[in-house]
Every structure is written in C-alpha cells, then in structure tokens.
Design a protein around this ligand. Structure first.
Ligand code: FEO
Ligand code: CA
Ligand code: CA
Length: 612
C-alpha cells in the first residue's frame, strides 16, 4: 500500500547539511569502497530458499544475465497485466478463495461479499509479502505463506464504515496471513483444498509474545492477546519458519472520546483519533484508544511475527527482541559465528533502517530450546556522507537512551524513539531489504515528497520517485561498520524504456538479478510493475528490463520462487483500487466483478530460470 500519512518523526536527526556536489564522482569512490569490502566478505547469506536445493548454474554473469524481451512502455498500462513475450502467467488464490470445502469460493460478485465466518476460511485480501516452503526440495508442491496487508471497508464490506461488530470481524478476518498448500499439475498450479496445512491467521487469532517485552507492563496483561495486522513484507528463517511483518498498525486504532490526546510515544507511532478511517473502535473496544479494558493494545502491534507453516497448531509468536516499529520486511542472513542477522526497514518518511543480531549461533541456541530471535542486539543505521556507515546500538548502554528509558523492554517497545536518541539517519521511507549471495544488502527507499534537505544517502529533495541503496557490512554482518552506495535513482530512468518509480518489493537472486517491484505513481504512462536489474553493474546506465506490469491502480508486490527457480510467484494488490469500472481482473473484463488481489504464477516459456 502506498500509504500517505503525516510524518511522525519529530527528532532532530535531520539530514546532513552538505549535499554532495558531484554525485557521479562520489559514487565512483564508493564503488571502489564496496569492491574492497567484497574481498573481506566471505560468508554468503542464506541461500535464496534456505530449505531448498541449490539453484542450477545459469549463464555467465555479465553477459546476458537478463535476456528476456521486456514489456514495452507502450504496453505497460490498462486493465490487464502485460508480461514479457518470453513469459507466461496464471492466476492463483484470489481474495475469497476458500481453503476448505466447507465454504464456497467468493466469485467477486459485488452483492455477495464474504461474511465473517466465510472470510475466516478464505484467502484474505491485500496480498503482499510471501514465501514458498517446498515439501522436501520439491519445485512442484509446497506451502505458500502469504501476507494480507489491508483491504478498505469499501472493498471488503461494500460500505464506507462498519455498521456492526460482525462487519468489523469480517474486516479483521480479511487481514493477517494465509498458509496454503499448492501444487503443480498438468493444468498448472492449484490450491490443495482441505490440506491439513491450510490455515488462516488473522486479526483475531490468538498470539503469543516472546523476548524481552513479553511479560512487561508495556503489553501486559497478555492473556487473550490476539491478532496480527497490516502484514506487509516478510522474511523466512533458516529453520523453516515464516516471518510476517506488521506495518501501519496505527491505522486500525481510533476513538470517539474528544478528551483523548496521544502520548508522546503514541504520536511517534502515528496513533490518532481517526486512524485510517476503518472505524473498528466503534464496535470493538480493543481498538478504542480511550477504552479502559485494553490499555496496551496498540503496543501489541508493530512487531515481527513468526509462524511455523508446517505446524498449524502452533500459535504465531511476536518476536519482541526485533523491535517495534512499522515493519516493512526482514531479510535474514547467517553472519559470523552462526548468528542470524536481520535487516529491516521502517516505512515512514524520515524513519530508519534497522539490524538485529542474535546473541549466539542459531543452531546452538535452538539446540538449547531458545529462539535465536528472542535475544540479541538491535541497531539503527547511520549513513555518513563519505560512503561509510555505522550501526548504532539501541540499548541502555547508550547514555542518551538510558536517560529516557529504564528497561530493555521499554527500549524495544519504543524503538523509534531509541533510534532518534541514538542519532540514526532519517531515510526516504525504507521498504524491502534483500541480501545477495556476495553479502551485499539492498534496501528500497520508496519516495519522500516532504524531504526538504538532501543528504548523501537520500540525495534528492523532494524525492517523489525513490531510490535503492546498497551496502556491505563489516565482520560478516555482525560488525558495527558498513560501506554503502546508491544503486539506483528512480528518476534517472524516466523518459525511456527502463522507466520506474517508487521501488518497494525487492529480491536479489543468487546471480545478482535485482527484482524490483513498484508501488506508487509510475511515469511514462505505466502501471505498477516488476522489473529485473543487473546487480553486477553500477552507474546511471545499469541494465533494467520490465518483466511484468500489473493492472490499473494495483501494486505489484511479494516475490518468491520454487527451489529450481523455474517458477516465480508475485502478487497484484488492490487491483483497480477495488473499482469494477476500472478493471475486473482476475475475472473477465466486462463481467462487473470486483477486481481482486491475487497471486500470479510466472514461468519462462522455455522453462528457464525466472528473470533470465
Ligand atoms: Fe506495506 Fe511500506 O509497504
Ligand atoms: Ca509502498
Ligand atoms: Ca511495501
């Protein structure tokens, strides 16, 4: 979702004063720095799919890495997707597809939307981050864990505001995640209905808390805690679990109490009396900011939530050691000493990029019955204008943080404020992160229309079209220093076939193909899109090809592949913004059906590796 709300960072971590005058020559310097860093970086990240087979070797890097016919600018718009002439797509699991035979599939008919009971057994809305968990190493059968970020009242309910608790419950059931068994047959990919693994986790599912904030006053009392919301991007662990990330949770809260005013902490997380207009607080006191019976409810959201897709009985666990903010996603890699390291964006204007480092070797911790995600160190990034960077520890060991907070639980609950105090660099809306095989970390910075002062890491003011930054950490991901450069300024692509804006979804494959998904107004007449860039290149002319454009008014987001990388899954979110007059996709044009969020299964016509 391209969410355009106010800035909630009042800190003075304002951009550097010295805007670099010669951007090109500076980047040349940085490129040299990255190359040097590469020599000392030996530990590869987790493979593209931790639980999957090594990918088959591809053609030589640097020759024809990206060898498909791109979708031409002139074809990248309209009510239907457009895909490269070398590729095919099929539609899978649109919103309302039933996971069981107990309730019917929703057809998209405007007068027959699912109710709360049906929705709890159907695929949710707002398809976003996802991951394919193969059965053994299969590339034809596995579990797709998929986020359902949001759905407006007008689309989910067919009205502007809920009129009952049942309406609110329908909306809550449409959020969260689905776990769906899928398989490839002679007719293509299909959902396995009634699979023992099929599961919905939604806004009313019981959840657990773990890590330093569990049991603390900031979220307690925890009995009866439930729900995960605004599940944006995702991650996955080397032990085979799914991580779903809670982003704009503030939008679901509100109050009718005219005497309510946000605390400093609530304001920093964007909580307001009207929220985003969902109106849940009118019928569900849990979301009433002035309600007395759930005083900590808003602190129970904004976390990374671990779900075991292979164990439908296990409760989702909110991993509080990774901090509370508007989590976009998390890219988890194995660093020095077997520690797991997670790179995370906080998607708001002038908010930060974070890193979590587990306290110990993840295999050892798990052998002791400990979660590697329950204890560790949280950092926020400072980008210096000379191409160096520093990870700032967010703990009571920092005197500025200790002067404001009294416990680790408090620091993690209000991680944004701790990062303000530590002096992190305010970024242009950090979205997805991804780590290449050589250890280079990429992060999309989608846009920032309100930036007034440029700095080296956010070099455009304002920045309506976004950019992508990349860096290499020291000491195999666990160090406190890094070296960074700008990979791509979206504005540099406009007016030509490479045109893109507002990069958001991101995945770097093992050969450094950088898959870029967009969310926001595109230039040159385009719908939102999926492109593939050459991560082995630098400079203003890097190779970028358009693999897919979505339908009018949809975001293209979520990306995962089968272990053999012959099948790619991506999502179309909020097609036509729910308006059947714009598009009826995936139903036939002219059918009158409500356009529905869905997954596209993408393959090369010649059966080759996707992106090639
Ligand atoms: Fe849910 Fe920042 O995208
Ligand atoms: Ca976005
Ligand atoms: Ca996003």
């Amino acid at each position: 979702m391209e969410h355009d709300e106010g800035t909630s960072n009042p800190s003075n971590n304002r951009p550097f004063r010295d805007v670099l005058k010669d951007y090109a020559s500076r980047r040349q310097v940085l490129r040299g720095g990255l190359t040097l860093a590469a020599g000392s970086f030996l530990a590869g990240p987790l493979s593209a799919a931790a639980s999957s087979a090594p990918a088959a070797p591809s053609r030589k890097i640097g020759s024809r890495l990206i060898d498909f016919q791109p979708v031409p600018l002139a074809q990248g718009n309209g009510p239907l997707p457009a895909i490269s002439a070398d590729y095919d797509y099929q539609v899978l699991i649109p919103w309302g597809t039933s996971l069981t035979h107990n309730v019917p599939d929703y057809s998209g008919a405007p007068d027959a939307r699912p109710g709360a009971a049906e929705q709890a057994q159907q695929i949710g809305i707002g398809h976003d981050g996802m991951w394919f968990f193969p059965f053994r190493r299969s590339s034809t059968r596995g579990l797709l864990a998929i986020n359902h970020e949001f759905g407006t009242n007008s689309t989910v309910l067919g009205k502007a505001a809920p009129e009952s608790l049942a309406d609110v419950m329908t909306s809550q059931h449409a959020h969260g995640i689905s776990v769906a068994e899928i398989r490839k047959t002679g007719r293509g990919w299909e959902l396995v209905k009634d699979s023992m693994y099929n599961r919905r986790v939604h806004g009313r599912t019981p959840v657990e808390f773990s890590g330093p904030v569990a049991g603390s006053e900031y979220i307690g009392p925890e009995a009866g805690a439930m729900g995960t919301l605004n599940n944006c991007a995702n991650g996955y662990t080397p032990w085979g679990t799914y991580l779903t990330c809670e982003e704009n949770f503030n939008g679901y809260f509100g109050t009718s109490d005219p005497n309510w005013a946000p605390s400093e902490e609530q304001a920093r997380y964007g909580l307001s009396a009207n929220g985003f207009g969902y109106g849940w607080h009118l019928f569900d006191e849990r979301f009433d900011l002035a309600g007395g019976s759930h005083p900590n409810e808003e602190n129970r959201f904004g976390w990374i939530v671990e779900v075991d897709p292979f164990n439908p009985d296990a409760l989702p666990v909110k991993r509080t050691a990774m901090g509370r903010f508007k989590h976009e996603g998390v890219a988890l890699v194995e660093g020095r000493g077997g520690r797991v390291v997670g790179y995370m964006g906080d998607d708001e204007r002038f908010d930060y990029i974070y890193k979590f480092v587990s306290a110990g070797n993840w295999r050892f911790m798990r052998s002791q019955g400990l979660s590697p995600l329950d204890s560790g160190t949280l950092y926020a990034a400072r980008f210096n204008d000379d191409g160096s960077g520093e990870w700032l520890e967010l703990s009571l060991r920092n005197p500025a943080i200790a002067a404001r907070f009294s416990s680790e639980a408090e620091v993690l609950t209000y991680a944004r404020i701790a990062a303000d105090l530590a002096g992190a660099t305010p970024m242009d809306r950090p979205e997805w992160t991804s780590v290449g095989r050589d250890g280079t970390v990429y992060c999309t910075l989608t846009n920032n229309s309100r930036r007034e002062e440029a700095d080296a890491a956010n070099p455009q003011a304002p920045n309506p079209d976004g950019h992508i930054i990349r860096w290499r950490d020291s000491n195999r991901h666990v160090g406190r220093r890094f070296t960074w450069e700008i990979f791509l300024l979206a504005s540099s692509t406009h007016g030509g076939e490479r045109s893109l804006a507002s990069p958001d979804g991101l995945w770097v494959d093992p050969e450094n193909r950088v898959f870029i998904q967009t969310d926001g107004a595109q230039k040159d007449g385009l719908n939102d899109q999926l492109l593939v860039a050459n991560g082995n290149q630098s400079g203003d002319d890097i190779e970028i090809k358009r693999l897919l454009t979505g339908v009018t008014d949809c975001e293209v987001t979520g990306i995962t592949v089968t272990p053999n990388r012959r099948t790619l899954f991506v999502n179309l979110q909020h097609p036509g913004n729910g308006d059947p007059a714009v598009t009826n996709f995936p139903a036939a044009q002219g059918s009158g059906a409500i356009p529905r969020d869905c997954t596209l299964v993408i393959t090369r016509k010649d059966g080759g590796i996707v992106g090639s």
